[in-house]
Ligand binder design. Sequence first.
Ligand SMILES: CCCCCCCCCCCCCCCC(=O)SCCNC(=O)CCNC(=O)[C@H](O)C(C)(C)COP(=O)(O)OP(=O)(O)OC[C@H]1O[C@@H](n2cnc3c(N)ncnc32)[C@H](O)[C@@H]1OP(=O)(O)O
Length: 124
Amino acid sequence: MSGPVGQPVIRMTAMPADTNAYGDIFGGWLMALMDSGAGLAASLLCRGRAVTIAMDGMQFHQPVAVGDEVSVYAEVTATGSSSIKIAVEAWRRHRHEETRVKVTEAQFTFVAIDDNGRPRPVHG
Ligand SMILES: CCCCCCCCCCCCCCCC(=O)SCCNC(=O)CCNC(=O)[C@H](O)C(C)(C)COP(=O)(O)OP(=O)(O)OC[C@H]1O[C@@H](n2cnc3c(N)ncnc32)[C@H](O)[C@@H]1OP(=O)(O)O
């Protein structure tokens, strides 16, 4: 299996407070982590504020367990006038092992915005 896309942007340990009633880590926790990671990539590229406008193709391949190391990777795949498309993946690693497994992926679209919350050019 090939490795993660792009650059590492966030690394966290999954904690008991992040679980659902069955003891699995909430999908929403992973989505929030991925959104934050994509936001870092978007803000760096546009050198300012950027907001999420779309999240497409979210796939949860495998569950995440309490204690796992969860790493988020992001890669800018395209830019428009004000929009930025970012491929994001989350990978888990059991804290006692080296093997990493991709658990989640999605395509995020961010829009660079100005001080009035309106779209602005990504570059400039
Ligand atoms: C320095 C100290 C700071 C401290 C601070 C720290 C902060 C540390 C936290 C950071 C955390 C960040 C990561 C979380 C980021 C959120 O959680 S953001 C919150 C959730 N998102 C929102 O609230 C956004 C709500 N939406 C909006 O405000 C408006 O839709 C927008 C984004 C301003 C866009 O306005 P609009 O009139 O719809 O714009 P429009 O011109 O039609 O389209 C703009 C672009 O979006 C594209 N687009 C429109 N719809 C779609 C769609 N469905 N799919 C794909 N593309 C689309 C268009 O094609 C266009 O692209 P370009 O051709 O310009 O490239």
